[in-house]
Design a protein around this ligand. Structure first.
Ligand code: AMP
Length: 630
């Protein structure tokens, strides 16, 4: 690994020269005067004095050289829609969308909240925002009114872009009623809503506020809206993610650092070339959707395949059929999706001609060896695990085959990527652990490389406190993951150090779910714990102490209350956050000093030894959990 080792060393030791070279991968209106200003740690300011535009790099610069090549391939197996937009056509659509946004009062620096299913208009909207310097905030379509309202209040958008409905497994999922409810719940009231009417679900419009996208698009068919040259540090977008408190965190990204980071990752990690086709099965509501459905592939001049639908419908080989049809070269998905495919006929993996495919990248949650082996055998292609976070925007750990062909090891996402000065620290003493197989917290020494979060939206203090002050005496960025390193420097991720859980690759804060469940009138106390799940990696389980438990001796009554609680979470947060089960206890298992014994609950649910329980106040609740699980 000499080549990569020296590439990596240079990125840390000769940081500015390294990133000045990477900056050559993008177009600049004004070149940066300084590569990194880290005079006020932990705030890193990349490419100071430079001016550029994300949309210019993702779309416009390709129009001249490859305007008639595919840029966005949109496929919906839900509606049967299949459209390919060339770079020239994508540019036209983005400019129409930008003109519509301007006509609705959006200016540089304003926030635009995007609450859309996987439709091409979502890509137009994101690109239109960065084109004119508006800051988009995409909210995952699976989130419901309460989650949406918190995000509306935090981002205070001028405009919300939404649709009548999404569709999942052939079932229409209306969006507009959830949006209307969110806007009654939120303090902030955006002045305009732009509605994409897919003709899936009728909805009511508020005449002064709600606008029809198709009608406005018609008015702006010939719109020309130039890219606005933005200062390097101008925020490109915010994306909310869960943490240990109930309030979601608005991860804020810059303009230049993000563009350079993605361009570099497309070269060194993904080896993507113009004219190739990238298919990421994620959703635009997540960070993978931002970096590797929309921006990364387009910045590299590749076509991106955007897919609405399930991996198993109309048949379990639909992804591979798309690979054959569109000559997909790169695929990106999550282990959960592969575990879903594992239940299908394995012959479907070899039914289609997937010779165009170079590799399958997986991220978002631990990749277990049986899953990795199954898909590697079935496809006969390299399977590349990569570990990162919403906060970092691109992989922290993986293998950089674009620099040097590196072996993958099952169970390990790989080695630190260039720019990430990854360390393992003892969480008590803050001391660095350098030996093999020593377990510690995975941290990153500042400055974080380009593309990572600049701060949390509107809350510098929370940014510093949350991420940079969790290890005593050290100003380092904490990933809140446990890890170990082997003799070859490969890292293994061992789970979160905090109360964040990972369900099907989706990061959820247990506190948020607990707050929602607590709002049920018959809930006195609740704990939500992540428990191992064969399909989803983890499942959220809720443990509830009822206010009035008199009726709960009866199984039917318990089932009824469980149903009510699940419905409540569905309507407030969305089905992604719904607990897989709700168990009723007479009290929660706590220590004598009142600390909830999460690990013990988890162990009992996973049929493991709960360990030392001498500090436990009362063993009854663990017994009650065992009884209800059988
Ligand atoms: P998110 O910000 O939603 O992408 O979640 C990030 C978290 O997901 C990380 O902090 C890890 O706990 C987990 N994660 C992401 N990718 C991997 C991976 N390849 N292996 C193990 N855990 C992962």
């Amino acid at each position: 690994m000499d080549t990569y080792a020296s590439f990596y060393q240079r990125s840390i030791q000769d940081r500015d020269a390294f990133w000045a070279e990477q900056a050559e991968l993008i177009d600049w209106h004004v070149k940066p005067k300084q590569i990194c200003d880290y005079s006020q740690p932990p705030f890193a300011n990349w490419f100071v004095g430079g001016q550029t535009n994300v949309c210019h790099n993702a779309v416009d610069r390709h129009v001249t050289s490859r305007g008639d090549q595919p840029a966005l391939i949109y496929v919906s197996t839900e509606t049967g829609q299949e459209v390919t937009y060339t770079f020239a056509q994508l540019s036209d659509e983005v400019q129409r969308m930008a003109a519509i946004m301007q006509s609705l009062g959006v200016k540089q620096g304003d926030r635009v909240l995007i609450y859309l299913p996987m439709i091409a208009e979502a890509a137009f909207a994101m690109l239109a925002c960065v084109r004119i310097g508006a800051i988009h905030s995409v909210v995952f379509g699976g989130f419901a009114s309460h989650s949406l309202a918190t995000r509306i209040d935090d981002a205070s958008p001028v405009l919300i872009i939404s649709a009548d409905a999404g569709s999942r497994g052939g079932k229409v999922v209306p969006y507009k009623p959830l949006l209307d409810e969110a806007m009654t719940l939120s303090q902030h009231k955006p002045s305009a809503v732009l509605m994409v009417d897919r003709g899936l679900a009728p909805f009511t419009s508020l005449p002064a506020r709600d606008h029809d996208y198709a009608a406005l698009r018609q008015q702006h068919l010939n719109a020309r809206v130039p890219c606005v040259w933005l200062d390097a540090a101008h925020p490109s977008y915010t994306l909310y993610t869960s943490g240990t408190t109930g309030k979601p965190k608005g991860v804020q990204r810059d303009t230049a650092g993000y563009t350079v980071a993605l361009a570099a990752s497309m070269q060194h990690i993904f080896q993507g070339q113009p004219g190739e086709v990238y298919f990421s099965t994620s959703d635009i509501g997540w960070v993978v959707g931002h970096s590797y459905i929309i921006y990364g592939p387009l910045i590299a001049g590749m076509a991106t395949l955007m897919y609405e639908g399930l991996p198993t419908r109309p048949h379990g080989g639909v992804w591979w059929e798309l690979v054959e049809k569109y000559q997909v070269t790169h695929m990106f998905s999550a282990p959960t999706a592969v575990r879903v495919l594992k239940k299908q006929d394995p012959a479907l993996l070899s039914t289609y001609d997937i010779s165009s495919l170079k590799a399958l990248y997986l991220a978002g949650e631990p990749l277990d060896e049986p899953t990795a082996q199954w898909i590697a055998d079935g496809l006969g292609k390299p399977i590349i695990d990569n570990y990162w976070q919403t906060e970092t925007g691109w992989p922290i750990l993986t293998v950089a085959n674009g620099v040097q062909t590196m072996p993958s090891k099952f169970g390990s996402p790989g080695v630190p990527m260039y720019g990430f000065n990854v360390k393992l620290l003892d969480d008590n003493t803050g001391e660095e652990l350098t030996g093999a197989q020593e377990k510690g917290v995975v941290v990153i020494e500042g400055p974080l490389p380009p593309g990572c979060l600049q701060t949390l939206w509107g809350d510098d203090e929370r940014f510093v406190k949350t991420y940079w002050q969790s290890v005593p005496g050290r100003l380092v960025y904490s990933t809140f993951d446990w890890g170990v390193r082997d003799e070859d420097g490969y890292f293994y991720i061992l789970g979160r150090t905090d109360d964040v859980i990972n369900v099907a690759g989706h990061r959820l804060g247990t506190r948020e779910i607990e707050e929602s469940i607590s709002s049920h009138p018959n809930v006195a106390e609740v704990a939500v714990v992540g428990v191992a799940d064969a399909l989803k990696g983890q499942a959220a389980m809720a443990f509830v102490v009822a206010k009035d438990a008199s009726a709960l001796g009866d199984a039917a009554a318990r089932l009824k209350l469980e149903g009510e609680i699940m419905k409540l979470v569905d309507s407030q947060l969305g089905a992604v956050a719904r607990p897989s089960r709700v168990l009723f206890l007479s009290l929660l298992p706590k220590t004598r000093s009142g600390k909830l014994l999460r690990r013990a609950i988890q162990a009992v649910c996973e049929n493991r030894d709960p360990g030392d329980l001498t500090t436990m106040d009362d063993p009854t609740p663990l017994q009650q959990i065992k009884e209800q699980l059988v």
